[in-house]
Design a protein around this ligand. Sequence first.
Ligand SMILES: C[S@@+](CC[C@H](N)C(=O)[O-])C[C@H]1O[C@@H](n2cnc3c(N)ncnc32)[C@H](O)[C@@H]1O
Length: 211
Amino acid sequence: MRHRLKSLLGVLRRRGKIRRYLQTHEVRKLHLGAGRNVLAGWLNTDLHDYGRGDELVHLDVRRRFPLPDASFDAVFSEHMIEHLTYAEGQQCLRECVRVLRPGGRIRIATPSLESLARLYDGGELQERYVRWAVETLEPEVDAAFPGVVVNNFFRSWGHRFIYDRQTLWHALTAAGFVDVEEHPLGELEQHLAEAAEFNEYETIVLEAERP
Ligand SMILES: C[S@@+](CC[C@H](N)C(=O)[O-])C[C@H]1O[C@@H](n2cnc3c(N)ncnc32)[C@H](O)[C@@H]1O
């Protein structure tokens, strides 16, 4: 009973936050899987609240978004889609199409499988990246090799599907987006701010339009 009351209150609170956001923003921007990167002017959402329930709205991207059709101008997600299976990613991207207005844009930043594969080519940045990744993420392994990083990438943080340019491009168009373009990292991307050059190395950013 208590649990049901609590979850009903949670639903009502979320509905209120969403209604207030939609009423007070002429340009509406939806941030999915925001984590601790709360962006000003955006409806910041995540599966978890990180103790920041006032700033984050609970939204599980694997389910129908609690948002009206064609109500947003932009959607952004950074290092989130790789936490979904490909099918869950499709469900999420189709929901993005639904809540975006025609002409609205999506921007997805995610680690790239191609960057992982390029670790095997060697090179100064790649070697530094491998050393950094093994020291920070797999400290118990005494071998700074690309294979350690690749294993970590596929097994850690709840990662389910790592995209490359081709698969992410396909996923966006299969979900209904058009005019896909690759972009460099920009001011929205804050992931791994303390290791910006490594984030830039590993991340791919694609934008697309809702027709
Ligand atoms: C690696 S963190 C990235 C956080 C932030 N975007 C950044 O780049 O620093 C992945 C985020 O995705 C969120 N996430 C994972 N699965 C999700 C889901 N099904 N629905 C919504 N958010 C999800 C996690 O809670 C987490 O905050």
